[in-house]
Design a protein. Structure first.
Length: 360
């Protein structure tokens, strides 16, 4: 019985995450986002909206309160009247609560969009047995991240309570006068005080949220760190497995060879080494200006080229220097260079003579 160890578990993750690793994490919904900052923006938008819409909300609510003791209390309870009452209450409720809910939603959406951009990921709602695993749950409960979150929560509570205490202390004179206020004025004062306190707390919470965002980005980058071996493996994966790449290249060579073999019947001559190299040259007087290399090959491929040339009665001519030079310096589909015009012309002249097509 052998014990196998994954050495990656001991690899020190000191390298920054690659763009590919970040993209994969983003697809899984793993992004740096501060819930505190989103909550702070929602609160700030809500209380800011209440600061100028609060009086209208209070007036509408007061109207509903008065109607409940006047019109609705003496209303005949019929199916039609009950339906009308339901529609009226629903409409008034939407008019009172709808704008504030919309403002809060827009604040949360804009905050999330500003932090992580537009992101749709279904990974978060997928079934994951690790989430109900008691061992994994215990690890999360006693992890360093849980401790950090606990400390953050305590600090947030202390800061917010301190700010609230200072704000209320500054308003102590007005608070002491509340028993002497008329009921309507008292309600308006409490509403105004609540909105102001909410905006102050939201502003402080915003500062906490911004600081938390920097921490979340630091922690996210730390969790995505890679070892040097991880980077090598990723590079190998992105570049492709060497064996697969070799097979692909082999297949490409086979396709290229087959295409070359199809071009040999269109050639006028195949110049050989005689056994190591073979180069097929095509030239038609009056149609092409310069001879072109249609195909070339070495060793086994050169042998196949000679066989195809014989099968299609293409002239095969041995010329060791020319065959070597053409194979080394001219690619398939390229024209013969000027310095080889004379040598190739002599070969073509011989070919035309053999075929009996040389113009006299």
């Amino acid at each position: 019985m052998y014990l196998t160890l994954d050495l990656q578990l001991f690899a020190e993750k000191t390298e920054k995450a690659t763009p590919q690793k970040k993209q994969e994490a983003r697809k899984k919904g793993q992004v740096a986002k501060s819930a505190d900052l989103s909550n702070a923006v929602v609160l700030l938008c809500s209380f800011s909206f209440l600061s100028f819409y609060g009086e209208q909300m209070a007036d509408r609510f007061l109207i509903m309160y008065r109607q409940s003791f006047t019109d609705w209390l003496v209303m005949d309870l019929t199916q039609q009247s009950i339906s009308l009452l339901f529609v009226t209450l629903l409409k008034d409720g939407v008019m009172i609560a709808g704008p504030i809910i919309l403002a809060a939603w827009l604040g949360g959406y804009v905050s999330t969009l500003a932090q992580v951009g537009f992101l749709v990921s279904g990974e978060a709602i997928k079934m994951d047995l690790k989430k109900i695993n008691p061992v994994e749950g215990a690890k999360r409960l006693f992890s360093a991240r849980t401790l950090v979150e606990f400390v953050k929560s305590v600090l947030k509570l202390v800061v917010i309570l301190t700010v609230t205490g200072i704000f209320l202390w500054q308003q102590k004179n007005m608070l002491l006068q509340m028993p002497q206020m008329e009921p309507l004025r008292m309600i308006r004062f409490i509403g105004s005080l609540t909105v102001k306190l909410g905006m102050v707390i939201s502003a402080v919470y915003m500062v906490i949220g911004v600081a938390d965002l920097f921490y979340q980005r630091f922690d996210h980058a730390k969790n995505l760190r890679m070892s040097k071996q991880d980077i090598k493996d990723e590079h190998k994966k992105s570049e492709g497995d060497p064996l697969i790449k070799h097979k692909i290249k082999e297949k490409q060579r086979q396709i290229s060879s087959a295409r070359m073999m199809q071009e040999i019947p269109n050639a006028q001559v195949v110049v050989t080494n005689p056994t190591h190299f073979a180069v097929a040259i095509a030239y038609e007087a009056g149609k092409t200006k310069v001879p072109v290399v249609m195909a070339k090959g070495a060793d086994y491929l050169a042998l196949k080229m000679r066989e195809v040339a014989k099968e299609h009665r293409v002239v095969i001519m041995e010329n060791k220097p020319l065959a070597r030079t053409l194979y080394a310096s001219v690619e398939i589909g390229e024209e013969i260079p000027e310095e080889l015009f004379k040598a190739v012309a002599e070969v073509l002249a011989y070919v035309y003579k053999v075929k009996g097509t040389l113009s006299k």
